[in-house]
Design a protein around this ligand. Structure first.
Ligand SMILES: *[C@@H]1O[C@H](CO)[C@@H](O)[C@H](O)[C@H]1NC(C)=O
Ligand SMILES: *[C@@H]1O[C@H](CO)[C@@H](O)[C@H](O)[C@H]1NC(C)=O
Ligand SMILES: *[C@@H]1O[C@H](CO)[C@@H](O)[C@H](O)[C@H]1NC(C)=O
Ligand SMILES: *[C@@H]1O[C@H](CO)[C@@H](O)[C@H](O)[C@H]1NC(C)=O
Ligand SMILES: *[C@@H]1O[C@H](CO)[C@@H](O)[C@H](O)[C@H]1NC(C)=O
Ligand SMILES: *[C@@H]1O[C@H](CO)[C@@H](O)[C@H](O)[C@H]1NC(C)=O
Ligand SMILES: *[C@@H]1O[C@H](CO)[C@@H](O)[C@H](O)[C@H]1NC(C)=O
Length: 728
């Protein structure tokens, strides 16, 4: 019974299917569009036409656009091109022609669906509709009222029988620079002609969705593997979407998904379109790239930045460098880089701070330099952009887009190098998919209105005088100016998170007056700080297969910071130099009295107190919780955080004492038997000493009662240790 039923259903669908084919072949369908340039928008249009296998023909390609500036009334050129084409079909009674714009249109369905909706409208010709009466608002009152739906004609999309369309188009003359929408509007508003030609408007977007003024009418939805557009006001799902007027950015963002571009199951399908092969090319045939580096403000971790530029996997003799350093403090790093590596690059052009060239100007000069070197790609890298992935450059090239930026994020933050949307006045707005993208819950290639910090521009954009980037808009910052010109000139900017490329550092609180200023960056740039300073085996401390080292009872021993940390920490203390005098009188303390004095410098004296408390919380507390289970104090408190200096001619040792802490940490900042002789820590109750302390390793032990201890005598050299009394 059941199988018979499904057989009947199957048969039913088969009949419908065959009939649908028969219907479309009976009534031939052709999509016509006008495009004079293969812009990014045009490519997107053509792609969607291909996805739905729609027979289409492009009119006007590579011709000079004669229709005036499309931001103003004009476009009669389109009608005149169309007139010529329709002549071929005017006598074919079954021919159905759909016309759409191309740069700002995406097709969303195959021909059968379009024809079905057309039939349902019971008209010979259907124009798309919108909520604005344009270009002549005085015609508003002449429009028939509609109960529900958009009232006014938009000529960016229409469909009808070829014969009727031809009659309409030839019913009056139109100059190339006249307005096409006005032309059709006048015919539509003439009741006699409207009835004669049986013209209707698609008021409720059953076929055509104009987005201008209607962006909140629509929602992107997914059904299985397909993204579709839902008009939630009229409960329709339009088959053609048109990002007219101010809505083109909304179209760009919908276009990231629609027409089989992205779905939750397959991810990014459009990412594979047009991509080029690089691996199969011999290195000598690699494209030439200008890497333009801009250091416009003091930036932490610049040393690592240059290392990552150097690490890019790409033949260096195909790379030209342009460096604008606008920060005196960074001169030395730039000099070192150029000294050591300039020779391996094809060419290096440097502009220094003393040249007094402003950012805008420097960015324009870089574009000029690009052109004199006849490069194929322009890679902009600002100093906060770290390309951790050495394949970044190659991956971006392979993507073959006009402009493509690697997604870079400040680690643990929502701050990235792109904007998903814009406010009406051109500033940041959060798109609905922004968080999904930055968290890599959606990976792909995203057409966005703003990218910065790092992006690759194809030479075709720079070498075309109509799309050459402009950084020098008077009113705008250079990055804003760049993106605005690209948007205005319809060049798409993509950001890719198909792979992990790197991250952004945060220069907001970077104080270059400090000794070893990166040391102070734990709070602002934790990720980079860890790379530079944390012990390389720190995470091994948590390996469940290992047991923590215990050199004395309840004294635990962990690798925590690396040699560079130790060296720079000592440098900070010695540069500051105000070691306490080792007497009981200590004005730094609340009571002014220290029972067991050492020669030391407190963290708050060198501005490192906030950093140190964060250090205790991030790196010490988890270790404490692991070995002294059940004691949880988050965040740990500590008033006494200091570096102690032991040396024979000053204070060589410390008498037995208890620490006023729940637990104490003691990090060795230099090495026994190399930097000093003697030294170490003895726990008296257990008669147990730790003298073979290890650089960057931390002793962690209870402070009161059980762990009465002393500092053993240093017999030569200087010993430095970092101490905290946690939870006093
Ligand atoms: C095919 O065309 C016929 C007549 O024009 C119509 O009755 C029928 O519903 C169409 N079928 C489909 C599947 O569109
Ligand atoms: C469009 O194409 C014409 C002719 O090929 C060319 O002169 C013009 O620069 C192009 N415009 C853009 C924006 O690319
Ligand atoms: C690169 O992109 C351009 C423009 O989209 C396209 O014309 C070209 O065919 C693409 N190259 C390859 C190798 O696919
Ligand atoms: C990028 O430039 C290459 C040649 O340098 C060209 O073949 C390709 O089509 C361009 N791609 C785009 C998207 O413009
Ligand atoms: C980290 O651990 C590995 C494996 O135990 C060891 O070979 C390496 O020397 C350690 N690194 C440091 C800096 O101690
Ligand atoms: C711990 O040991 C087990 C078994 O030998 C192994 O499968 C696991 O990967 C180890 N874990 C770590 C973190 O090394
Ligand atoms: C403490 O240890 C040292 C060396 O391990 C040993 O010589 C000494 O006798 C011990 N002292 C006591 C009181 O046990």
């Amino acid at each position: 019974m059941k199988s018979q039923l499904s057989r009947i259903t199957l048969l039913f669908f088969l009949v419908v299917f065959v009939e649908a084919i028969a219907n479309t072949s009976e009534r031939e369908f052709l999509l016509l569009t006008v495009a004079t340039n293969q812009t990014d928008g045009y490519q997107r249009f053509i792609r969607s036409v291909g996805i739905y296998d729609i027979p289409a023909q492009v009119l006007g390609m590579n011709q000079k656009w004669l229709g005036g500036d499309m931001n103003y009334p004009g476009g009669g050129f389109k009608i005149n091109l169309l007139k010529k084409e329709l002549l071929k079909y005017k006598d074919d009674p079954e021919k159905i022609i759909m016309f759409t714009d191309s740069y700002d249109v995406i097709l969303l369905a195959p021909v059968e669906k379009i024809l079905e909706r057309f039939d349902n409208l019971e008209a010979r010709v259907v124009f798309s509709a919108e909520g604005l009466c344009w270009p002549d608002q005085s015609l508003e009152s002449l429009y028939p009222r509609v109960q529900k739906g958009k009232r006014f004609l938009n000529s960016g999309g229409f469909i009808g029988y070829a014969s009727q369309l031809y009659d309409i188009i030839t019913s009056a003359e139109i100059k190339n620079t006249d307005d096409d929408q006005l032309f059709f509007t006048k015919i539509y508003l003439n009741e006699e002609l409207r009835e004669k030609f049986n013209i209707k408007l698609d008021h409720r977007s059953t076929i055509f969705q104009n987005l201008n003024g209607a962006t909140s009418d629509v929602e992107l939805r997914f059904k299985g593997r397909e993204a579709y557009l839902q008009n939630t006001v009229y409960n329709t799902n339009p088959l053609v979407v048109h990002g007219n007027g101010h809505s083109k950015l909304v179209l760009n963002s919908l276009g990231n998904y629609l027409a089989n571009s992205w779905n939750p199951e397959d991810g990014c399908l459009s990412c594979w379109d047009n991509s080029i092969g690089l691996e199969d090319k011999p290195k000598t045939a690699y494209p030439k790239v200008l890497i333009a580096i801009f250091i416009e403000q003091p930036t932490p971790f610049l040393e690592e930045f240059f290392q990552k530029v150097l690490n890019l996997e790409y033949p260096k003799n195909k790379l030209h460098l342009f460096i604008h350093n606008n920060v005196k403090f960074h001169e030395e790093i730039v000099n070192q880089f150029i000294l050591k590596h300039a020779d391996s690059y094809k060419s290096v052009k440097r502009i220094e701070q003393k040249d007094e060239i402003k950012e805008k100007q420097a960015r324009s000069l870089a574009i000029d330099y690009f052109q004199t070197k006849k490069c194929d790609y322009y890679l902009n890298i600002d100093s906060e952009a770290h390309l951790d992935n050495p394949n970044s450059l190659a991956l971006l090239i392979v993507q073959n887009r006009s402009i493509v930026a690697p997604l870079l994020l400040r680690p643990y933050k929502a701050w990235s190098n792109f904007w998903g949307a814009l406010t009406p006045d051109g500033y940041y707005a959060r798109s609905s998919d922004y968080m999904d993208i930055i968290h890599n819950e959606r990976r792909g290639l995203w057409n966005v209105p703003y990218v910065s910090a790092c992006y690759l521009i194809n030479a075709s954009v720079i070498n075309n005088p109509e799309t050459r980037p402009i950084y020098s808009d008077e009113q705008l910052d250079p990055d804003m100016s760049f993106c605005k010109t690209m948007r205005d000139r319809n060049v798409f900017m993509y950001v890719s998170n198909r792979m992990d490329f790197g991250h952004l550092v945060n220069g907001d609180n970077y104080d270059t007056t400090k000794t070893n200023s990166e040391m102070y960056q734990l709070l602002d740039n934790r990720w980079d700080w860890e790379q530079r300073y944390l012990h390389e085996n720190y995470s091994e401390n948590f390996n469940p297969n290992k047991t923590a080292m215990q050199p004395c009872p309840d004294v635990y021993w962990f690798p925590i910071v690396n040699p560079r940390f130790c060296k720079e920490f000592i440098e900070i203390m010695e540069a500051f130099g105000q070691w306490s005098d080792g007497t009981n009188k200590d004005p730094r303390l609340l009571g002014g009295y220290e029972n067991v004095p050492t020669r030391d410098i407190h963290m708050n004296q060198v501005g490192l107190e906030p950093l140190w408390l964060e250090f205790l919380k991030q790196y010490v507390r988890p270790l404490q919780e692991m070995v002294f289970t059940g004691y949880i104090h988050d965040p740990p408190r500590s008033l006494m955080n200091f570096v102690v200096r032991y040396r024979p001619d000053e204070q060589p040792s410390l008498r037995p004492h208890h620490d006023s802490s729940t637990y104490t940490i003691n990090i060795a900042l230099n090495r026994p038997n190399i930097d000093y002789k003697g030294g170490g820590c003895r726990f008296i109750r257990y008669n147990c000493s730790v003298t073979d302390t290890r650089l960057g390793w931390m002793l962690l032990h209870p402070g009161r009662l059980t762990h009465y201890h002393e500092g053993l005598r240093v017999t030569s050299g200087t010993r430095y240790i970092m101490i905290s009394f946690v939870d006093p």
